[in-house]
Write a protein that binds this ligand. Structure first.
Ligand SMILES: Nc1ncnc2c1ncn2[C@@H]1O[C@H](COP(=O)(O)OP(=O)(O)OP(=O)(O)O)[C@@H](O)[C@H]1O
Ligand SMILES: [Mg+2]
Length: 491
């Protein structure tokens, strides 16, 4: 159906894909695996007509093709769901979904009733009852992701390229997506899929191809890989341990949250956090986890309740306040409120701690550069240098810059909202080790994560949020995924 023949792509003299040859068959789910920056998104963008290859060619139904634009590829039957979402914020859900294929009435006007009807049908296929008249900008990241996938379904393409489609989805939406993929496969549609969630690959993929540093290192039926062999292929070495053991004992209470309430998002949230403690916050998408932590770092203050840090009441009206008070934050929404896309890696990194690099009113550029180089080394951030625009980095590497930024200010309390989203297995292990080190140094960590294995392995205590209320406090050594989910499910 679709074939990559010796594809090569370079950016500024750097080869990010080299001589990659792969074929994609009708009705297969083909997983592309690899570390952050391995070239997965780049390969997909070549196939989707977003980038032009510097060498090699793409064959479509046996003929060599050159797509001038993504629209070209789309009309041929190749659609892509992007890793970094690109919705048009002021259009409605239906308008975004049906963009460029709006149904018209006899007078040639857009038939809005029909538009919403069709959009609803596609969304239902993904098991969601999202209102089609809502403006895109009011949606959560997860909801935008669902719309983006529905958009590809609506195009009825023969090949759908999905770049980390489940990165922001809840379990419920993930199973709906998997059902939709099963249907597509039966219809003979080719699904090319990337993910950093190892369990997904083995549930979904017929074949797996592994990219490492822009080279294709393996392509085989999924059954011929084991999780361990796949990881070894991806990282090029054996990974000794993914999760470090929890060894520290939490100290005195440093953060006290009392009866925090902001209707309708959450109510009556009370808990404490100790020095060196890693506290997990589990719950389904929409349970209010992100909203609760946003109040604690000052993004979206609560209507009622109190937060005390080291005994002193905290009144935060902005993340800058939070930072000054000693609360660091890694946001869930990398694109919306995390990075400044066009700015350099260096500036994105030092943004929060800029006052440390100032002599009077002047930024000490060499100090700033030195810090950036150090962070790049500590976190294994892959970039062409401190001056590269952050939007050119692979998704996972952008996340590492943000994490490094949150740590530069040496916070007392560190809030991590989905810190390993979109991060490869090797880098995940690095981040887990880092959380362990921070905890040993006495930093209190509040970890919001949808990856239950991560919450279970890393924390001292787990709080479960259900529909805006605390439904359980669990000991991670004495609980399991099923019990957490039971407390998380709406009643
Ligand atoms: N527009 C661009 N300009 C310069 N370099 C780029 C550009 N797009 C990608 N790169 C570089 O190409 C390499 C491969 O990036 P790509 O996004 O394909 O990685 P990936 O495998 O999708 O990683 P991730 O798992 O983090 O999403 C990276 O080193 C990245 O910095
Ligand atoms: Mg990518």
């Amino acid at each position: 159906m679709l074939r990559a023949c010796q594809l090569t792509k370079t950016f500024g003299g750097l080869s990010v894909l080299l001589d990659v040859s792969l074929d994609f068959r009708p009705g297969e789910v083909h997983a592309l695996m690899g570390e952050n920056g391995a070239g997965k998104s780049t390969l997909m963008k070549l196939l989707a007509g977003l980038y032009r290859p510097d060498g090699g060619e793409i064959q479509w139904r046996g003929r060599s093709v050159r797509f001038a634009t993504p629209h070209d590829a789309l009309t041929q039957g190749i659609a892509m769901v992007h890793q970094e979402l690109m919705p048009i914020p002021d259009l409605t859900v239906a308008e975004n979904l049906m963009l460029g294929m709006e149904p018209v009435n006899a007078w040639g006007w857009v038939d809005h009733a029909e538009l919403h009807r069709q959009a609803t049908t596609w969304l239902r296929q993904l098991g969601t009852d999202l209102e089609t008249s809502r403006p895109m900008r009011t949606l959560s990241v997860a909801q935008m992701q669902v719309v983006e996938i529905a958009k590809a379904l609506a195009r009825q393409a023969d090949v759908i390229l999905m770049d980390e489609p489940t990165a922001a989805l809840s379990d419920h939406e993930v199973s709906a997506l998997f059902k939709a993929i099963a249907t597509l496969r039966q219809r003979g549609v080719t699904v090319v899929y990337t993910t950093h969630k190892m369990d997904e690959v083995f549930r979904l993929a017929d074949r797996i191809s592994v990219l490492r540093d822009g080279h294709l290192v393996a392509t085989k039926p999924a059954g011929e890989f084991t999780p361990a062999s796949l990881i070894t292929q991806m990282v090029g070495r054996e990974l000794a341990q993914v999760f470090p053991p929890v060894t520290t004992t939490p100290g005195e209470v440093i953060l006290t949250v009392t009866q925090l309430t902001r209707e309708p998002a959450y109510r009556d949230i009370s808990f404490t956090l100790r020095r060196g403690e890693v506290l997990g916050l589990a719950g389904l998408m929409g349970a209010g986890r992100t909203e609760v932590v946003s109040a604690i770092y000052g993004l979206q203050p609560a209507d009622a309740g109190a937060i005390r840090l080291l005994g002193k009441p905290l009144v935060l009206t902005s993340p800058a306040d939070g930072l000054t008070a000693g609360i660091g934050m890694l946001t869930e929404d990398r694109k919306g409120s995390g990075i400044i896309p066009a700015m350099s890696v260096q500036h994105n990194l030092t943004l929060a701690a800029l006052r440390h690099y100032c002599r009077g009113a002047v930024v000490d550029a060499s100090a700033e550069k030195a810090v950036t180089r150090q962070a790049a080394a500590d976190f294994a951030i892959k970039s062409s240098g401190p001056a590269q625009a952050i939007q050119q980095l692979s998704g996972g590497n952008q996340q590492k810059v943000l994490l490094a930024r949150a740590l530069l200010a040496a916070p007392e309390v560190l809030i991590l909202d989905e810190p390993t989203r979109g991060i490869d297995i090797g880098a995940k292990a690095e981040i887990y080790a880092l959380i362990g080190r921070l905890s040993a140094q006495g930093t209190a960590v509040l970890l919001v994560s949808s990856e239950l294995p991560e919450i279970l392995a890393l924390t001292h205590r787990i709080l479960v949020l259900r529909q805006g209320e605390l439904s359980a406090e669990l000991n991670p050594r004495q609980t399991n995924q099923e019990e957490i989910l039971r407390h998380a499910m709406p009643r």
